[in-house]
Design a protein around this ligand. Structure first.
Ligand SMILES: [Fe+2]
Length: 378
């Protein structure tokens, strides 16, 4: 199992993260872009590092990276796949194991010891859940496109052209995309799995971490074994879309996710205040059940400095959820959810991020500090 979530939740000191870009372990090129330097921790990698201490400044887009999904890694396999494109040429021909070692050392170097301890604790937390929780639907834990998705969605992704995507996607407001995505049977299965997990939590009195500070109900799917499947969801089904529609936030290089469900209704959360997400791109899909209300409202995109400024009429969108229907938007697109007036509503959220890019920009601390938060807007 990989541990993207735990890595992302590592809280690190800004001073440590400064090292990534401009500190003693980084250099700045003529364009002012920072690079990471390699610091070996093993004799094997030490010998390799002597002549190749640096990562490439820009990714080698001609190189086809290896797949790391089958390995037990401390970081999301997608991060290794992304990072491999930055390896110096001589590292591309070494064994996969050596590449993993090399890249793990690079990644670990930028996490202070306190963070590594915290990450280790989170690994143990997940491991405790996974070794004790018995899944209800084992078929949910690996990706099965034919049974998970609406056929029109699978067909558009398989064709993988801008035209095929535009044929199934609507854009009700600039930057907000909606499309039919999840098969009703999949929604049903995930709802019953979450229910089963919540029952297990209640019976065992296991104290779980909720998805973020604004949702008191719901569960982090990555924490009870669904991380690999959700990685696949991001890699193969969200990234092809974000590559086309969100190039300005690096939609083609999303490499990390935080996957969870939120629950609204009686004895659950009621509404969600105006906020932005800690993601580059957010996928939000209603899973059901019967409900009224709960509309999403969008109010345009702003930078940090102007996040509280008024919105223009043309930026306003109110969207009514339908089970199986996905909404895709930038994390920075200001939004909220109206009160769920009756019934019970559960949504699947996938916050997709560019972890590697945040490290390169010295903003990894922003992920680790905010991964459990949504920034509320007054
Ligand atoms: Fe949100």
């Amino acid at each position: 199992m990989s541990l993207d979530g735990s890595v992302e939740r590592r809280r690190s000191e800004p001073s440590s993260m400064q090292q990534i870009g401009n500190g003693s372990n980084g250099i700045v090129n003529e364009n002012g872009t920072s690079m990471m330097l390699y610091s070996p921790s093993s004799p094997q990698s030490q010998s390799q590092s002597q002549s190749h201490q640096r990562l490439r400044l820009n990714p080698n887009t001609d190189h086809n990276p290896e797949n790391y999904e089958d390995l037990q890694l401390d970081y999301n396999p997608s991060i290794f796949t992304s990072l491999e494109r930055y390896l110096p040429p001589s590292m591309l021909s070494v064994t996969r194991q050596l590449k993993v070692q090399y890249m793990s050392d690079i990644l670990a170097r930028y996490l202070p010891q306190g963070e590594r301890i915290r990450a280790q604790k989170h690994r143990e937390y997940r491991q405790k859940i996974i070794s004790n929780y018995q899944p209800l639907h084992k078929e949910l834990y690996t990706m099965h496109p034919a049974t998970f998705f609406d056929p029109s969605f699978v067909e558009a992704i398989n064709k993988n052209t801008e035209e095929s995507l535009r044929n199934i996607i609507s854009e009700p407001s600039p930057g907000v995309y909606t499309f039919k995505m999840l098969h009703p049977d999949f929604c049903e299965m995930l709802l019953s799995e979450v229910d089963h997990f919540e029952k297990w939590v209640s019976e065992t009195k296991f104290r779980i971490m909720r998805p973020n500070t604004m949702n008191k109900f719901g569960a982090v799917l990555d924490d009870f074994g669904l991380e690999t499947m959700l990685d696949k969801l991001m890699d193969d089904f969200v990234r092809p879309i974000s590559k086309v529609f969100y190039p300005e936030v690096g939609g083609a290089t999303l490499d990390s996710h935080h996957g969870f469900v939120v629950e609204y209704g009686k004895d659950r959360d009621n509404e969600l205040g105006f906020h932005v997400d800690d993601s580059e791109v957010t996928l939000n899909v209603c899973l059901g059940k019967q409900f009224s209300g709960g509309e999403l409202f969008f109010r345009g995109i702003r930078c940090d400095k102007h996040v509280n400024t008024e919105s223009q009429p043309e930026e306003s969108l109110d969207y009514t959820h339908e089970p199986g229907q996905a909404v895709l938007h930038r994390g920075r697109h200001r939004h909220g959810a109206r009160a769920t007036r009756s019934g019970h509503r559960i949504n699947l959220l996938l916050w997709c991020r560019r972890y590697l890019e945040r490290i390169r920009k010295g903003k990894a601390h922003a992920i680790s500090r905010n991964s459990l938060l949504r920034t509320e807007i007054s």
